[in-house]
Each structure stands twice: as structure tokens, then as C-alpha cells.
Design a protein around this ligand. Sequence first.
Ligand code: DAS
Length: 332
Amino acid sequence: MSEKNTKQPTIRVLATGGTIVGMAGSATRHEYLPGQIGIDDWLGRVAEFGLPAQMLGTQIANIGSEDIGPAVWTALHGAILEAMTDDAVDGIVITHGTDTAEETAFLLDLTLPARKPIVIVGAMRPADAVGSDGMRNFVNAVRVASDPGASGRGVLLVMGDRVLAARDARKVRTRGTDDAFRGFPRGSIGLVTPAALEWFGNPWREGEDARYAYPTAMPEVPILYIGAGMTAELVDRILPANPSGIVVAGVGEGNMPNAVRERLIEHRKNGLIVVRASRVDEGLVDREPEDDPNGFIAARALNPQKSRVLLMVLIASGIADAASIQKAFDQP
Ligand code: DAS
């Protein structure tokens, strides 16, 4: 065997906090605090398993992911780019809260090259809970990040023995460890356990550069969640000063009360980009005939929160014409 084949993979672990390193102080208490274990302590616990990988830890943050935003994203993006250009590093694992893991994963998926495995992982139960899932998820994530077959697939999310593509991954349950995350429209693109990894299908972004530049300034894009009987006045109240875009979490296939639609059409005439997504979990929203005259964008398979991430990146990249924006939402 050549030196390279016998060398253990080196994994850069970028820690941001979350339940995976949370502590309840009691194995049976429901309440816990996220971000209680530092990366050095965490990797010391992992060392007990004797994984066939060298792990290098970096503490990016140690917070609940509900508080993660541009500052942590920017720090993560820079650290990953550094690891991508470091020949000594074979893969990257990001430990993260599950509440916004899908947004961080998708933002990184859009703004990083697909040349090395990048895996985001979290947990549904804190580290000291009975049946904690964090260490298993982490060991699975290291196995995926150590596998050359994980390259060329963009950012991956590993939870509950499943491997999901960042574009598909979404948190669908607030409790439970096996099926808290699902992929839509694609389901799992692989299955992983501490002992085995199986891929379904080949990499689809082999050697691809970043799709978009990482935004130096994040535009504020609100999400208007539609409820029955909602009035048009709410549209004006939710829009920030000088709005550039809005995502509508519509009912059904991106529908909304007519008065709301009319008000958005008025704002569209003043340059506001309007994306029709759906509040329905596995909701495909395709273009409808009125989208052309209204100048609206159909979110296709992206849920509202990931539509917002893509729209922020597009606006920050100066992509403002409806055809180019729709093409970005259409791209798998
Ligand atoms: N503590 C929440 C978070 O940080 C939930 C979690 O980590 O699973 O997202």
C-alpha cells in the first residue's frame, strides 16, 4: 500500500456549539444549555473511540444555532476555505445546532467549491442525556468526511444515520433522533453508521467552483408567513427600509390572499424581488402564468428559510433580473 493509502485522513473540526455539546446537568432533565463543551474536551471524548482519523479542532463559537448569523457564517466560511487549501486536510466537519443547520449548510453549499468533503452535524439530545445521539452523529460525520466519495457533492448534513445534501436537508421534527431531518426533493443520498457508509448515486458537482461569491454584506430579506385572512397592511409592516427582496411562505403551492398579492405587485414595480415559497413542508412551487406579468419568482423545491438564503446570496451578488434569479432557484 502506498504511504497515502495507509495514512489516516486528517479532519478539521469547526465547532459552533448547539445541543451536540449541550448539557442538562441530569440524564433525565428535558431542559439543557447548548454549547457547554469546548472543542478540546469534545475531541478528548471522541479519542476514546479510536477513530481511524486525525482530528484538528477549531472553536468558531459555542452558542445555540438560533443565534448564528453573518458573524459566525463569515468565520466558518473563512476557516473552511483555509482547510480547503491545506493539503494536509482531507475533510471538514462542522458541529452546529440543529435549529438553523439547514441555513448554514445551504449558505456554505452555495459559496464554497465542491472539492473536499464538508459535513455539518448536530444532535437532538444533549451530551449527558439518556440516549444522547450526538457522539454517534459525530462519529458518522467523521466517517463521511473521511471518505473521498463525499467530495463533489457540496455540503452534506449527517443526522440519524442519514446523509443529506445541503440543498435538500430540512429539520422536520422538534423531537426524536432518527427522523428529525429529512431530504426534499431528494431523500438520503447515503446511509452511514460508525461501521459502514453507503452512497446512493454519484457526486454531481465534482471539482465545481463556488456557485456564488460569499456575501460581504447580507441584505435583510424577510419571510412573510401567510395565514388565512391575512391583510395587505402586514406586507408594508414587515418590509425593512429600502427592501430588496421578500420570501412569501405561501399556503398550498405558494398562494396568498389577493389583497396581499396586489400589494406585493405594487412593491415589485418599485424593484422588490418577490419569491413565492410554500409553508407546506414538502412543497414544490412551480411557476404559474401570473408570475410573468407580476414579476414573481417560484421557489421550486426550496423551503422559505432556504429560499431566503439563496435570495440573500443572489442580491448580494448583484443578480437582480427575474430570469437569472429563477434559473438559480431551478438549479438542483
Ligand atoms: N440548541 C438548538 C440549536 O442550537 C437545538 C440543537 O442544537 O439541536 O440549534
